[in-house]
Write a protein that binds this ligand. Structure first.
Ligand code: DGT
Ligand code: CA
Ligand code: ZN
Length: 646
């Protein structure tokens, strides 16, 4: 996340060159382009920064080698001046004249540029014409109607900015699940390794796998005599941007990228996914609260700080109903609890070796953290309740159906994607390149109808090869077919009929967001009713922390899909597992299941690494109460073939 106080230049790593990584420089060059534009700089200078950022991003060679051999200006798009800047950053860790640029531009302006529809040029105009230099002053200008009359702006822009500000506020200071978990697991790993630490576990929204994470909470169990040394060890960690406070049993920190170095591969996010995420999170920071307690109190403190608050309240009520009192230190019989508080009180608690014992004392089965949202889990887990589902695991996934190749906007070939899928242990990979109509900025991205048979032929040949060699793997030839505004599907019928599956997705978001819920719901229902339609891709089009999805009555759409399924067809809804989307929302998963709509967890991969994002989709499915059997792509390769009539 970009810091709310504006952007800042990354600090040099201490270990030696490269002092600044390539991805950090790419980000800085891009930011500097924006800052120069805000600063009213000459257009050619702005373009030079933009070009250099893009050129560097696609440099395949090791940047340190290129710099050391003084070949940086041989990279197309990087001139002498910016070549020198990049060299300085890599070899010395400093940033030439950029610090004064970063200081000169009001931080509020950088924040404004994050609002959809407000680029640097417009921000500059608003600054010059109206003195807008912060989100607050932009909001005031919109509300007073000062923006609309400006030439080139209008009522629509004014409303759009107000909507954008609202979105920004809602997510401010939160991190996406992937970034939050990467930091959380790195912290957990470092804390666990401190001498004297008996147990350490991530709690809070990270443990509950919320789609965004406000701050990290971690609970540490250690003998009271070790608490001081444990706290000292934590304060000496690398990657602590700030210590906000620390006491006898609590440390409050802001973490930055160095926290991630030399860790990864712990717990559930695997090593390679961690590597990808590390690149992605290099400019992020996140707050963390560490609580240290005696080992006997650990399960109670872990349960308390896992939350959710709503779940905790219900748990305390359940305890009271049994003559018990539950808090972060223990579970006490009413008469034993008395007035004692804090760790003193823990001495009087019923013994609980782990969380399951707490639930057991309350006559409940253990509730997986993902489900602790007071959305029915208390009733289901209670004595006489219907019980909790056995949640899906990442290892249940046997393949996925929505992935791209170089034929549309992916960067890997069929063979490369297939190999990566086999390395994940999958039995199939569904290829779903974009359909013909999709273009971005006038450039066609989608596969022309006339090119579909060619892709089919390549896939057939590969499948034959695997069949002949006895390899239990196949590519499934689908398409990510655009749902047009009227709810019809792209491509002529015969093209869609030739495919094994159709992932129908909305991409013309502007039109869908510009009309009402009823029109959108009708159009989506029309789309899913098409006989060739198989999976509803990223159902609302939302981008977490970026833009809201289009208005739609998803319950109505899921109900209709369930009706069609009851007639023997197959209509599934996607959990788009990209951590930027996580769409279908977890709150709707249980409803889909109740309506008889299978969920399909799809990484929407655009490269081989992207396949690994399926893991986040599994987390969402778990949070939405789904078992393996509720998820379409836990079926084997052979089962998928017969489902698709292949
Ligand atoms: P976040 O950080 O906004 O993503 O969400 P959480 O759930 O991590 O919330 P946070 O960090 O404020 O607190 C961590 C957990 O501690 C929370 O899920 C439940 C527990 N907790 C915090 N404050 C209260 C409270 O006032 N009452 C109860 N019952 N539990 C609380
Ligand atoms: Ca938290
Ligand atoms: Zn896609």
């Amino acid at each position: 996340m970009v810091k709310s106080s504006g952007w800042s230049l990354p600090k040099a790593r201490s270990e030696g060159p490269p002092f600044i990584t390539k991805s950090q420089i790419v980000t800085v060059l891009e930011q500097a382009g924006v800052l120069l534009e805000l600063d009213g700089a000459n257009r050619f200078r702005v373009i030079a920064y933009q070009n250099a950022s893009r050129a560097l991003a696609s440099l395949e060679e090791d940047l340190l080698v290129v710099v050391n051999e003084e070949r940086i200006t041989e990279v197309k798009g990087i001139g002498k001046g910016l070549g020198a800047l990049i060299t300085e950053a890599v070899l010395k860790g400093s940033w030439g004249g950029l610090p004064s640029l970063y200081e000169r531009v009001p931080p509020g302006l950088m924040e404004i540029v994050g609002i959809p529809g407000l680029g640097p040029k417009r921000a500059r105009t608003l600054y010059e014409e109206l003195g807008v230099d912060s989100v607050e002053s932009l909001k005031a200008a919109c509300e007073m109607g000062h923006i609309a009359p400006l030439s080139g702006f209008g009522d629509k822009s004014q409303q759009k900015y107000l909507d954008g500000i609202e979105l920004l506020r809602r997510y401010q200071g939160r991190s996406r699940m992937d970034v939050g978990l990467l930091y959380g697991q790195a912290l957990e790993e470092r804390v666990s390794a401190i001498p004297g630490v008996i147990r350490a576990e991530l709690a809070g929204s990270a443990r509950r796998r919320r789609e965004t994470i406000g701050d990290l909470d971690i609970v540490v169990g250690a003998k009271p005599e070790d608490h001081n040394s444990v706290i000292e060890a934590i304060l000496a960690f690398p990657g602590i941007a700030e210590v906000k406070g620390h006491g006898e049993s609590k440390v409050s920190l802001i973490l930055e990228a160095d926290m991630l170095g030399g860790t990864g591969g712990h717990g559930s996010v695997d090593v390679q996914l961690a590597e990808t995420l590390r690149e992605r999170s290099s400019d992020a920071t996140i707050d963390a609260q560490v609580r240290i307690v005696a080992p006997v109190a650990f399960p109670f403190t872990l349960a308390y700080f896992t939350g959710s608050k709503e779940h905790n309240i219900r748990m305390r009520q359940t305890a009271i109903g049994r003559g018990l009192r539950l808090n972060e230190f223990g579970l006490f019989p009413e008469e034993a609890a008395g007035d004692s508080i804090g760790m003193e009180a823990a001495k009087h608690t019923l013994e609980c070796a782990d969380e399951a014992d707490i639930y057991d004392h309350l006559g409940m089965s253990w509730v997986p953290p993902e489900m602790r949202e007071d959305m029915g889990e208390i009733e289901a887990a209670a004595e006489g309740g219907v019980g909790l589902p056995t949640l899906i695991e990442p290892s249940d996934i046997k393949g996925t159906l929505h992935n791209h190749t170089v034929a549309s906007d992916g960067t890997a070939t069929l063979e490369e994607m297939a190999e990566a899928a086999m390395n994940l242990g999958w039995e199939y990979l569904g290829i779903a390149d974009h359909s013909e109509v999709l273009n971005i900025g006038g450039r066609q991205i989608g596969v022309s109808a006339t090119d579909v048979p060619g892709q089919a032929e390549s896939i057939r040949a590969l499948n034959e090869k695997w069949r002949d060699s006895g390899t239990d793997f196949r590519l499934l030839h689908g398409s990510e077919c655009d749902i047009l505004v009227d709810g019809s599907l792209d491509y002529p019928d015969e093209v869609r009929n030739s495919l094994s599956h159709v992932v129908g997705s909305v991409h013309a978001l502007g039109s869908w967001r510009g009309r009402d819920e009823i029109a959108n719901t009708e159009a989506l229902i029309r789309a899913v009713e098409d006989p060739t339609f198989t999976v509803l891709g990223h159902p609302t089009g939302r981008i977490l922390q970026g833009r809201e999805g289009f208005p739609v009555d998803m319950h109505a759409v899921l109900r209709r899909m369930g009706e069609i399924n009851a007639e023997g067809e197959l209509k599934a809804v996607e959990i788009n597992a990209s951590p930027y989307r996580l769409d279908l929302d977890w709150r709707l998963c249980k409803y889909a299941k109740e309506q008889g709509v299978p969920v399909c967890i799809n990484p929407d991969a655009h490269d081989t690494d992207g396949l690994r994002n399926f893991w986040f989709g599994v987390q969402v499915a778990r949070k939405g109460w789904l078992s393996a059997e509720d998820v379409l792509n836990t079926r084997s390769g052979a089962q998928m073939e017969s489902l698709f009539g292949l």
